[in-house]
Design a protein around this ligand. Structure first.
Ligand SMILES: [Zn+2]
Length: 121
């Protein structure tokens, strides 16, 4: 009986450790995200304050559907030819903004340096 309790406690500690480290690894450096279309900042979003939703960003008749879920952001779907922006998945690092080259769309953490200059014409 005692042995069983010990195993349960050990399992709980182990699980807490795994969850804890997962949270640390997934935590973004900042939660302020910019959505930039054709060099213009369309939205500045505080992911911590955002609720789950999707919205469309239009560029020259083309659509990127952006999804916010669990305080993360990604391009859920797009009608661009390469779909690189969709393949990039969730925005996790300020060093790796989500970019849709055909639609001149960038989603990035606001602390990434020179991000705007790269797409400003
Ligand atoms: Zn794209």
């Amino acid at each position: 009986m005692k042995y069983k309790v010990f195993i349960i406690i050990a399992a709980v500690i182990l699980a807490a450790g795994i969850i804890g480290s997962a949270l640390v690894m997934n935590a973004p450096a900042r939660d302020i995200v910019r959505v930039i279309s054709d060099g213009e900042v369309l939205y500045t979003l505080d992911l911590k304050a955002e609720t789950d939703r999707t919205f469309d960003i239009e560029y020259n008749g083309h659509i990127n559907t952006v999804e916010i879920q669990d305080h993360r952001i990604r391009v859920k779907s797009a009608d661009c030819p390469d779909r690189t922006c969709v393949d990039m998945g969730w925005l996790t690092s300020s060093a790796m903004p989500i970019v849709c080259l055909p639609h001149h769309l960038v989603i990035e953490y606001s602390d990434s340096a020179d991000g705007v200059d790269a797409v400003t014409r």
